[in-house]
Design a protein around this ligand. Structure first.
Ligand code: ADP
Ligand code: 5GP
Length: 207
């Protein structure tokens, strides 16, 4: 029986500190067959970040060229820098049947929804706002002012959560990663992804 063999495009968003990176790290440990979309950005690499692995670090000029040439599926400006998802690799991986995960902010997620209505949008949240504050503080990568800014941004981002397909509460990392797997499995069961299978049923002759 033939199924729609394209991979699933998953958009993963959530406030800074909600645990997106941690949950995805856990998910990819168990799903090496899935692909992570490496975004392009004009921001400088942080210590430990590797070009081509964490991001493609490019100049503003190059990024603007990518926009003009239609090389990004979506993009946004965040804290004065461009961020965008290179379209070519995403389409290639999906066509090969690999699931592709985009870890992007809400504005970009809405652009993906427009271009890829079949994409699955997942919004990650910690169990409480207080826990978000604790995780951001505990991570120790931002100053108190930056943390305050991220918490304010979190409230704005949360306003768009109802436009996502799923809310994923990141209480325990392993459980959240497992639930993400369940969401993706469920997406593969939609009639849209099994159109050719439905067609085959309809075309079968009675015995
Ligand atoms: P994001 O990628 O959304 O900004 P991170 O993955 O960096 O968030 O996680 C923020 C902090 O919270 C990190 O210090 C991480 O270790 C911690 N964290 C992530 N998920 C959990 C969890 N389920 N329980 C406790 N701490 C967590
Ligand atoms: P950071 O600078 O902390 O790595 O990322 C800042 C924000 O940009 C995060 O919310 C991250 O999810 C988002 N982001 C990263 N890559 C992209 C992208 O390609 N497109 C969009 N729209 N947002 C992105």
């Amino acid at each position: 029986m033939k199924k729609n063999d394209n991979g699933v495009l998953i958009v993963f968003s959530g406030p800074s500190g909600s645990g997106k990176g941690t949950v995805l790290g856990e998910y990819f440990k168990g799903h090496p067959e899935a692909a992570f979309s490496v975004s392009a950005t004009t921001r400088s690499p942080r210590p430990g970040e590797v070009d081509g692995v964490n991001y493609h670090f490019v100049s503003r000029r190059r990024f603007e060229e990518m926009i003009r040439e239609g090389e990004v599926l979506e993009y946004t400006q965040y804290n004065g820098n461009y961020y965008g998802s290179p379209a070519g690799p995403i389409r290639e991986e999906l066509a090969k049947g690999r699931d592709v995960v985009l870890e992007i902010e809400v504005e970009g997620a809405m652009q993906v929804r427009e271009k890829f209505p079949e994409a699955v949008l997942v919004f990650v949240l910690p169990p409480s706002f207080r826990e978000l504050e604790c995780r951001l503080t505990g991570r120790g990568t931002e100053t108190p002012e930056q943390i305050a800014g991220r918490l304010a941004a979190a409230r704005r981002e949360l306003a768009l959560a109802p436009r996502y397909d799923y809310l994923l509460i990141n209480d325990k990392v392993e459980e959240a990663a497992a639930r993400l797997g369940e969401i993706i499995r469920a997406a593969k069961c939609t009639p849209f992804r099994n159109e050719s299978l439905l067609q085959q049923f309809l075309s079968e002759k009675p015995i």
